[in-house]
Design a protein around this ligand. Structure first.
Ligand code: DAH
Length: 335
């Protein structure tokens, strides 16, 4: 190859390098990518060095010409690379700023507030109504003795009524109370009549679980003892309570039996087109009072035990008692 041809070839190669690399540099998206490109063009073993290897073929006059051109190209490429680098840094920064920008106009998410469980609200509502009628709230233990849960309420050991309330026994004498009625006895032991109390609380039974039965549920016990109290007071109080709690809802009193009341009744309300028992009630049996040393000729009264879950189910059209204990937020958030 003649020297003229060599010169021309190297010059062409430099022009071609300049043209081809421009595009590659502009396409680099990261500083690392750009650095690799720089090394591949301007590094010791890069494309430019590769072209200049052939300078040995040139005459001593031609060499500075190519040297100058190569230098200009090198400076141009370095400029391009550093411009692109600045651009990349700028773009990265802009992206970062865009990503980190706070939209102060977005409405706050808010902290979800806890709510009362529907059973608590129902219990509170029942308490409120009776407090409005002059009753005060009393409590008793959930671990109860056989005496308070049964004996004192006229339910001796072999009494069939014990079958009505299948019991969780702790030992021969201790059990989980099956109803709130023992609070009546505990209260009357310490407080002479007249009496107007209610006693809300959990009770336990070895019932088979279904849509209306749970082994743990809540009752509110009611006890009214005074001179001259008869069944009409029981009826009036229960109906007033039901009307205040439910509004207008079909109600029926059904004759029943409890060992500690005589006469006794169960109260049903309409639920899902059927009658559902929501409370037991009756006139306090004189036997219960006499055992406590209370003169049953002078003091008469009525008592009732309300099933809180059932009141809540009827009021809110809840189809299954198990929903109260499943902690499903989709259910609980409706209240
Ligand atoms: N203790 C009864 C039960 O759990 C309900 C009951 C009935 C309570 C009559 C009373 C009452 O106070 O008078 O099944």
């Amino acid at each position: 190859m003649s020297e003229i041809e060599s010169l021309k070839k190297i010059e062409d190669e430099l022009i071609e390098l300049s043209e081809s690399t421009n595009n590659i540099i502009q396409k680099a998206n990261t500083e690392n990518e750009l650095d690799e490109i720089r090394i591949s063009i301007l590094g010791k073993k890069g494309k430019l060095s590769n072209i200049l290897k052939n300078m040995g073929r040139l005459s001593s006059e031609e060499r500075p010409i190519i040297g100058q051109k190569a230098n200009i190209l090198k400076i141009q490429l370095q400029d391009l690379i550093s411009q692109r680098k600045n651009k990349i840094i700028e773009e990265v920064l802009e992206m970062q700023i865009a990503n980190e920008r706070l939209d102060v106009t977005i409405s706050p998410l808010g902290t979800p507030l806890g709510k009362k469980h529907p059973l608590i609200s129902t219990q509170e509502e029942i308490i409120d109504i009776f407090c409005g009628l002059g009753y005060s709230v009393e409590n008793g233990p959930e671990i109860e003795s056989d005496f308070y849960n049964f004996e004192s309420l006229n339910i001796p050991k072999d009494h069939p009524a014990r079958d009505m309330q299948d019991t969780f026994y702790i030992n021969n004498n201790l059990l989980l109370r099956t109803h709130t009625s023992p609070v009546q006895v505990r209260y009357l032991e310490d407080n002479p009549p007249p009496t107007r109390i209610i006693a809300p609380g959990r009770v336990y039974r070895r019932d088979a679980v279904d849509a209306t039965h749970s082994p743990v549920f809540n009752q509110v016990e009611v006890l009214c003892l005074d001179e001259g109290i008869d069944f009409s007071h029981l009826r009036g109080t229960v109906l007033t309570f039901l009307k205040t709690f439910f509004g207008d809802l079909p109600v029926r009193f059904r004759a029943s039996y409890f060992p500690f009341t005589e006469p006794s009744a169960e109260v049903d309300v309409q639920w899902k087109g059927k009658w559902l028992e929501v409370m037991g009630c009756g006139m306090v049996d004189p036997m219960v009072l006499e055992k406590l040393g209370i003169d049953s000729e002078r003091w008469t009264g009525f008592a009732a035990g309300l099933g809180v879950e059932r009141f809540c189910m009827v009021k809110h059209q809840i189809d299954d008692i198990r929903r109260f204990y499943s902690n499903d937020l989709r259910f609980l958030e409706q209240f």
